[in-house]
Design a protein around this ligand. Structure first.
Ligand SMILES: [Ca+2]
Ligand SMILES: [Ca+2]
Ligand SMILES: [Ca+2]
Length: 128
C-alpha cells in the first residue's frame, strides 16, 4: 500500500491527516525489509488503529496519532508495558524507574485491562 493508497483508505474513513504524519505512519509500520510501501500484513496492523482513530475527536487525532506511533516501539499497533518501558528508556530513564512508571501508566491508561493500550485508550489517557 503506497502513501496515496493509505491516504485514500483514510479518506474513506473520513480521516485526513497531514502528509508528514502519513509518511511517519508508513515509515513506522513498514517492517524490514523496508520498501516504503505497506503490504497487506503491515496495513492490517494499522487498520484497527485507523478505525479506532474515528472514535477520537477530529481536533485531537493528529496529536494522539503522533504520540501513539512514538510509543508503539515494537510496531504492532498496540502499546503495552514493554513499549512504554522502551520509550521511557529511550528518553534517558533508568531501567528500574522506567519499569515502575510503565506499570503505573498502563494500569491507568489500559481501560479494559487487557494489557494493551489502544489509540482510543491513549486518547482518553492524554485528556486526563
Ligand atoms: Ca513494507
Ligand atoms: Ca506495541
Ligand atoms: Ca486495553
Amino acid at each position: 500500500m503506497s502513501n496515496t493508497e493509505l491516504a485514500e483508505a483514510l479518506k474513506e474513513l473520513d480521516l485526513t491527516l497531514k502528509p508528514e504524519l502519513l509518511n511517519a505512519i508508513i515509515e513506522h509500520y513498514d517492517r524490514p525489509p523496508k520498501n516504503g510501501f505497506l503490504e497487506l500484513a503491515e496495513f492490517m496492523t494499522l487498520s484497527s488503529l485507523v478505525t479506532d482513530l474515528k472514535a477520537i475527536e477530529a481536533s485531537k487525532r493528529e496529536e494522539v496519532l503522533q504520540h501513539f506511533i512514538d510509543l508503539d516501539m515494537d510496531k504492532d499497533g498496540y502499546i503495552d508495558d514493554d513499549d512504554l518501558k522502551k520509550a521511557l528508556e529511550s528518553v534517558g530513564m533508568e531501567s528500574e524507574d522506567a519499569t515502575a512508571l510503565a506499570a503505573v501508566t498502563s494500569t491507568i491508561a489500559d481501560i479494559n485491562s487487557d494489557g494493551k493500550i489502544t489509540i482510543v485508550e491513549l486518547a482518553r489517557y492524554l485528556e486526563m
